[in-house]
Design a protein around this ligand. Structure first.
Ligand code: AMP
Length: 420
């Protein structure tokens, strides 16, 4: 678990701000669910045999003896909230998004943390491929707004309760024949939940899985039509994708569509999946809720930020002004000037410790402020001061009453000139 500090946090805020704005354009409203939920919620939705539930959850008993878990993902909590508030009785289609920390006891490495952050969205009420396509379009537009390139959309269909049993049977038959090559976990999973063998992290198991039966060859007619329809709609939207029949994702609740966005940047190492999701038409009912189809996705905010960092773009906003104090007697006036300018919307730095003008100027330099104004007795008496551009150039004479106006004009001029 990490600390996020100023200097880096601006990247996070940039990503979060873009998501809020863009998801809003698609009609998604934000939900915030508790950090901890009843453990059973995740067992029944994500699945007992998944690594997430079987190995990675932070589970504890509260003082009332209830088993709670820190949420390892956001889809199940959102579904719980949807059911609890009977949202399906209020509207036929619901679009929600969320962002916040998730917790998994994973091995730490680049792009993999125990407290990590997801931005996710869920659309309830439509079983149509158009909903899947719209959601993928939103992710593509989001990645575009972040100016992240070289991210590939991988697509697959896992079928539904009509066609998956035949695939399961074939998969089990195949895995039985390769039993000795599988890890101990997978020997068990083969009996309890064979699909989970396909996302085992063990390289030998991965090799066995890669040569196994192809799920797409087992799709029933309605699932095939849904998958074809989705691909046609992605083409209409101009969204590029690759079909990857080996991709199953690490959660049990999916039916039909699953997808992942995979970045090819070396900075992510093996943690190259920046986001993923899929359809879960049966989960609501399985949790004791209404029979409502749904599709959702989650992006890893930590990984998006890693990629943004690599791009070298910065999102920090330096102060517009540093107010320096020339003499002891001007300290209060400087404090009041800084206060007034901040109230007027400017970013102002001010050394509350006072000290020599030289040390204050050093600090002004370090702060990255665009201008410095030295306030002393002369300025207070005349009501006139000078704005010294820290990047060099002539000082601008200014009336103390007009500082905000002048700085705003300077800000505007820089914005119009574009990034330097
Ligand atoms: P999942 O819920 O496993 O499908 O994960 C969705 C996305 O969350 C992944 O594609 C990652 O970008 C991100 N993610 C999952 N687990 C972690 C983790 N331990 N650390 C950082 N990001 C993660």
């Amino acid at each position: 678990m990490r600390d996020l500090l100023p200097g880096e946090i601006e990247l996070w805020q940039h990503v979060e701000g873009l998501a809020r704005e863009l998801f809003g354009r698609f009609g998604y409203g934000e939900v915030r669910t508790p950090m901890a939920e009843d453990t059973g919620l995740f067992v029944r939705s994500v699945g007992e045999e998944t690594d997430i539930v079987g190995k990675e959850m932070y589970t504890f008993d509260d003082k009332g003896g209830r088993s709670l878990s820190l949420r390892p993902e956001g889809t199940a909590p959102a579904a719980r909230a949807y059911i609890e508030h009977a949202i399906n009785n209020k509207e036929p289609i619901t679009r929600w998004f969320y962002m916040g920390p998730m917790f998994r006891y994973e091995r730490m490495k680049t792009g993999r943390y125990r407290q990590f952050y997801q931005i996710g969205a869920e659309a309830y009420g439509s079983k149509e491929a158009a909903q899947d396509a719209e959601m993928m379009d939103m992710v593509v537009q989001f990645l575009g707004a972040l100016e992240l390139k070289d991210v590939t959309l991988n697509l697959n269909s896992l079928g539904d309760e009509a066609c998956r049993p035949a695939y399961h049977a074939k998969l089990v038959e195949y895995l039985q024949a390769h039993r000795e090559e599988l890890c101990e976990d997978c020997k068990r999973r083969m009996e309890t939940n064979p699909l989970r063998v396909l996302d085992c992290k063990n390289p030998t198991c991965q090799a066995v899985a890669a040569a196994g039966p192809n799920v797409l060859e087992f799709l029933c007619e309605p699932c095939r039509a849904h998958f074809d329809d989705l691909q046609r709609k992605l083409t209409v939207l101009g969204i590029k994708y690759v079909v990857n029949p080996r991709m199953v994702r690490g959660l049990d609740y999916y039916t039909r569509t699953v997808f992942e966005f995979i970045a090819s940047h070396p900075a992510l190492g093996t943690a190259s999946t920046v986001g993923g999701g899929g359809r879960y038409d049966k989960m609501m009912k399985g949790l004791g809720g209404p029979d409502v189809p749904a599709v959702g996705f989650a992006m890893g905010l930590d990984r998006l930020v890693l990629l943004l960092k690599e791009s070298g773009r910065t999102f920090t906003s330096p102060p517009d002004l540093f107010v320096a104090v020339a003499d002891e007697g001007s300290q209060d006036a400087a404090l009041a000037l800084a206060s007034r300018l901040r109230r007027e919307g400017l970013r102002v730095d001010f050394d509350t410790r006072g000290g020599s003008l030289k040390s204050q100027m050093k600090r002004a330099d370090k702060s990255g402020a665009r201008f410095t104004l030295v306030l002393g007795e002369a300025e207070r008496t005349s009501g006139q001061a000078k704005l010294k551009p820290m990047a060099g150039g002539d000082a601008i004479p200014v009336a103390l009453d007009d500082v905000a106006k002048t700085l705003r004009a300077a800000r505007l001029a820089t914005a119009q000139a574009g990034p330097t």
